[in-house]
Design a protein around this ligand. Sequence first.
Ligand code: DX5
Ligand code: ZN
Length: 223
Amino acid sequence: MSRNQEPVLVAPSLLAADFLHLDSEIRMINGSEADWFHLDIMDGVFVPNLSFGFPVVEKISEAAQKPLDVHLMIIDPDRYIHRFREAGASVISVHYETCPHLHRTLDFIKKTGARAGVVLNPHSPVSLLGEVIREADLVLIMSVNPGFGGQKFIESTYEKLTELRELCAKKNATPLIQVDGGVDLSNAGALVKAGAGILVAGNAIFRSREPLSVIRRMKNLHV
Ligand code: DX5
Ligand code: ZN
């Protein structure tokens, strides 16, 4: 099965940016070929780490000239969806593992005008999404256990992407397919081949000496 001909989207994860110079990091991404800003929100409960909250997201939104893709690693995300939308989020993704009423949560996100994403942890099988796949604008497959940047990519992600494409075909669903965690130039080509349409990358971009060239090379991957 070959991927459709849509261009690959690249979403740099600001978690790996230099927070002391966030303004220049954002300007660098504004001037790059990247498509979205990926913002990782962590609550110290669902994941064993804290990141940043509304004041920082609002400031990023003022400086960013591309859509904000907000990845919520928080319990009970319904409580904060409106506030993230108000803070500037265009895409809001919630973890399957945090949503007992996922169908309702996705609907809630869409009603705010944002695109709704659902995220699967590495241990959660794709089959869990069977009944909601048509409600999701985006499915994010985690290729590390969420909570930290700079972790090792989990190889079974490729198989999961294939299963997700099969599920989408079976259910006649067309969500965007995103991969997040340990993505770099060594695996990006294979991920796109396996079905990923959006690549999230933190360290591979912000810790590179040539971030613009890394982004360009990721953008130019086609199957
Ligand atoms: C992990 C986050 C990722 C992380 C990716 O919980 O969801 O978005 O920032 O960072 P890298 O690309 O460095 O693995
Ligand atoms: Zn993320």
